[in-house]
Design a protein around this ligand. Structure first.
Ligand code: TYM
Length: 354
């Protein structure tokens, strides 16, 4: 949802279903600690988190229970969690302004997940495209957690009665499911949950494409076609220079193949408008040299990624600080989660004391 529409909707609707936040609309989002953060995570999610932290009441978490559905080996989990936290902070997230926490530190999420499971239908969950993709990719580990992944995600969001969820395009369907559960709960019992909406500062949710013209940047697939926030300068240059291009335009103003369009999309994110316009004109009048185009893109990427990488490294080495962030984040998050669960138990008739 676009920013301005979001704010006007908030003014219309949020007062009844939202706990007291000093007038700030509530925002929640999460990232799985299943690998290194990449440009897709940055532009689809974290960039919005950082922009939202002053105007909204924000809850941002590392989704370690979700990671278990596809990554049962937990050897790297602690390291990955520390890195995701450090990378979020290096991107500009301020743990003083937001609640930055780890999902498994909030047991209330698990209780809400359990209750929501009775509102979730197996047939619907089986049809979710992300479930089908994961079954196809990993047919030997079709666990129940994978099937109920969207229920847990709904619990993450609803536990804070969040209105807005900054996410990339790939999470759109999960948001629709979360809205359905909020609606079902409110209809069956009493209105407790606002219906959460996917959020982006631009008109549309974003999908950052991979460098090979096929699919999107991803933490665990397509690693050579994905730019990670931890990549060193040489690796960034190598990946960009190897990105897929075609033989080049032969007629003026010819339509762009998808892989070239993708590279221009990436250029717009990290290079100046003049640089992008220069290469766009060169494409349109057939004088573009892809080598020069990719070098300019690579330098833009290096300039963008290297300060985040260096900052993240230094934060990640400070374990005492990261543990303090996690502990304080969990405290803020539990305070809100406990209030919601109290309401949930009350309206669903699950409080047996007078
Ligand atoms: P995850 O960990 O896959 O990705 C974290 C965030 O990054 C966005 N993203 C992208 N955006 C644009 N282009 C890409 N190529 C790209 N790749 C990833 C994702 O949309 C997401 O916003 N299910 C979630 C984690 C989660 C969550 C939640 C999110 C758990 N509970 C509650 C929101 C609210 C996931 O797997 O994200």
């Amino acid at each position: 949802m676009h920013y301005l529409r979001a704010l006007s909707l908030t003014m219309e609707k949020s007062t009844t279903l939202q706990p007291e936040t000093g007038g700030k609309p509530i925002v929640m989002s999460g990232i799985r600690p299943t690998g290194y953060l990449h440009l897709g995570n940055y532009f689809g999610a974290v960039q919005n988190y950082v922009k939202m932290q002053d105007e909204f009441r924000c809850y941002f978490m590392v989704a370690d229970w979700h990671a278990l559905t596809t990554h049962p080996d937990t050897k790297e989990l602690r390291n990955n969690i520390h890195r995701v936290l450090a990378e979020n902070i290096a991107c500009g997230l301020d743990p003083e302004k937001v609640a930055l926490y780890c999902q498994s530190h909030i047991p209330e999420i698990a209780e809400l997940y359990l209750l929501l499971n009775s509102l979730a239908y197996v047939g619907e969950l089986e049809k979710t495209p992300t479930f089908k993709d994961k079954v196809r990719l990993n047919p030997n580990n079709v666990n129940a957690g994978l099937l109920t992944y969207p229920v847990l995600m709904a619990a993450d969001i609803l536990i804070h009665r969040a209105r807005f969820v900054p996410v990339g395009k790939d999470q759109e369907q999960h948001l629709e499911i979360a809205r359905n559960y909020a609606h079902r709960f409110n209809t069956r019992y009493e209105a407790v949950f606002p219906e959460p909406e996917a959020f982006n500062y631009h008109q549309e949710l974003i999908k950052i494409p991979s460098l090979d013209g096929a699919g999107k940047m991803s933490k665990s697939e397509n690693q050579y076609a994905t730019l990670y926030l931890s990549d060193d300068d040489d690796l960034i240059r190598k990946k960009v220079m190897k990105s897929k291009t075609d033989a080049g335009p032969t007629e003026k103003d010819s339509p762009m193949p998808v892989e070239i369009k993708n590279l221009f999309q990436l250029m717009q994110l990290v290079c100046t408008a003049e640089t992008t316009t220069h290469f766009m004109q060169a494409y349109n009048d057939c004088t573009i040299r892809y080598g020069d185009f990719k070098s300019a893109l690579a330098e833009g990427m290096v300039k963008f990624i290297s300060p985040i990488r260096e900052q993240a490294k230094s934060i990640q080495s400070n374990k005492i600080y990261l543990e303090k962030v996690m502990r304080e984040g969990a405290e803020k998050s539990r305070e809100s989660a406990i209030k919601t669960l109290r309401e949930v138990r009350r309206v669903s008739g699950m409080n047996y004391f007078t």
